[in-house]
Design a protein around this ligand. Structure first.
Ligand code: BES
Ligand code: MN
Ligand code: ZN
Length: 489
């Protein structure tokens, strides 16, 4: 899909398959001299009771009088002032209104919302057009026909073009994260994740290195290897590097949990909805999505991506409850529950991250069912003892409308991780499960500023529209945008 900004001229001659106009409630007039014909139609629709201007409501008119467009779509913004969330909802409704409609070239017009349209259109239209096709034919009947979206603007075109380019890059990152996370377990293997990373390296200025089991052994990654030993799929440790600043600039490091299928291992999960554990590499997918966006935007910063990738399976060679392993940090870990595997593979990746002397490390993981109980599907869980980093992530999430919520990380929660047989156990009791998981990770992050995002509730949707959401790519790119080195003059 192509996005662009075009100057607003007479709508009587604007050739368009669908002119989409955003209108306030009540009255439903946009008041632009260029759009008198639109206001006349809106007044009719309001009078007839077909359109109210309520937030997210839409009305479609074929061959509208006085306009050269084939279709006019009115979209309600609700009462003024329109906040960011309302804009998202309205633009989402506009994009959804074109499902099953033949329009290919569409135009967007809002009297006072050009900036919002530029910022939000790629996300909304990208979401409406998204189809998973890796292992399934694209259904002709639910095809989304929109091929180009032009935002009609009266002023500030250069700034709008920047905002649009930024949003397009983020949308591409979200789409890559969704495509990756949606892959079924037998397709989205550790080897496949490595290939997706390598493809990214071919398309962009991103260096990719893939470590195999032998390399992990040499590094002493005993925790990652313990999880991998129950699977016939070989594990991979994927390292991505994007250098957009000088060599002296400390890199930001993103670590993504890449469990390509989580059966629970010997501590086997119950059968219901176990298929959804193919999404247990959504953290890894979000790291790949961030690299897609950051490389497209050529951000002025250095970025490292680390993806420990493995299946978690039960077999004769699998790690067992009670086994004690030594991770790369040298700490011994008693694996009391093989289903708490994410923290094991992350612990080795977090130790590996030390070699980069990072500006900060953020790990992203579908880590605990307990986080879903605590926060549902609205906010991702945020854990950090670094207040400045936590605040920066919270506000990036609000700005990007991809929110997280800070959770506690007091030392008292770590009590339950004590073990009589190792330096630490991989589980504590049932209470505060997402916090004790974060406490476990924290033991491996002493060398740098660190935050942890538990995306167990936000990375995918269940039910009729089951599928990956691409969260929290938008949040992370928003955060990284603010971390750039000053512009060279
Ligand atoms: N991948 C799961 C977490 C998960 C569960 C995410 C359900 C989304 C939905 C993780 O590996 C896991 O199994 N965690 C256990 C930890 C427990 C054994 C301490 C959990 O949450 O039950
Ligand atoms: Mn698990
Ligand atoms: Zn898991």
């Amino acid at each position: 899909m192509k996005f662009s900004i075009a100057p607003l001229k007479s709508l009587a001659v604007l050739r368009s398959d669908a002119l989409i106009v955003f209108l306030h409630q009540p009255g439903g007039a946009c008041g632009l001299v260029e759009a008198a014909a639109v206001d006349a139609i809106a007044a009719e629709a309001v009078h007839d009771g077909d359109f109210s201007g309520a937030l997210g409501s839409t009305y479609l008119r074929q061959r509208p009088a006085g306009l050269a467009a084939r279709r006019l779509v009115l979209v309600g913004l609700g009462p003024a002032p329109v906040g960011a969330a309302a804009w998202s909802k309205a633009i989402g409704a506009a994009a959804a209104a074109l499902k099953g409609v033949g329009a290919e070239q569409v135009h967007l017009l809002a009297a006072d919302g050009e900036a919002s349209l530029a910022e939000l259109a790629p996300r909304a239209f990208g979401a409406a057009a998204y189809r998973y096709t890796a292992t399934r034919a694209a259904d002709a009947k639910d095809a989304y026909r929109v091929a180009s979206v032009q935002v009609l603007a009266r002023r500030g075109q250069a700034a709008l073009k920047n905002a649009l380019a930024r949003a397009e890059a983020v949308a591409a990152g979200v789409a890559l994260a969704r495509d990756t996370a949606n892959l079924p377990g037998n397709h989205g293997t550790p080897t496949r994740l490595a290939r997706i990373a390598q493809d990214l390296g071919k398309r962009h200025a991103v260096k990719v290195e893939v470590l195999d089991r032998d390399a992990m052994r040499r590094l002493g990654m005993g925790a990652l290897l313990a999880v991998a030993q129950g699977s016939v799929q070989p594990p991979r440790f994927i390292v991505l590097r994007y250098d957009g600043a000088t060599r002296r600039d400390a890199p930001h490091v993103l670590v993504g949990k890449g469990v390509t299928f989580d059966s629970g291992g010997i501590s086997l999960k119950p059968g219901a909805e176990m298929d959804e554990m193919k999404f247990d590499m959504s953290g890894a997918a979000s790291v790949l999505g961030c690299f897609e966006a950051v490389a497209r935007l050529r951000l002025r910063l250095n970025l490292v991506g680390l993806i420990p990738a493995t299946e978690n399976m039960p077999d004769g060679g699998a790690v067992k409850p009670g086994d004690v392993v030594t991770g790369m940090s040298g700490q011994t870990i008693e694996i009391l529950n093989t289903d708490a595997e994410g923290r094991l593979i992350l612990s080795d990746a977090l130790t590996y991250a030390e070699r980069f002397k990072p500006a900060c490390v953020i790990d992203i993981a579908t880590l605990t069912g307990a986080c879903v109980i605590a926060l549902g599907h609205v906010h991702s869980g945020l854990f950090s003892t670094d207040d400045a980093l936590a605040e920066a992530l919270l506000s990036a999430g609000r700005e990007a409308q991809d929110t997280c919520w800070r959770m506690p990380l007091d030392e008292a929660y770590a009590e339950g991780l004590k073990s009589g047989f190792a330096d630490v156990a991989n589980i504590a009791g049932r209470a505060a499960g997402s916090v004790t998981a974060a406490c476990f990770l924290q033991r491996f992050t002493k060398a740098y500023r660190w935050a942890h995002l538990d995306i167990a509730g936000t990375a995918w949707k269940s039910g009729a529209d089951k599928g990956a959401t691409g969260r929290p790519v938008t949040l992370l790119v928003q955060y990284l945008l603010a971390q750039q080195a000053p512009q060279a003059r």
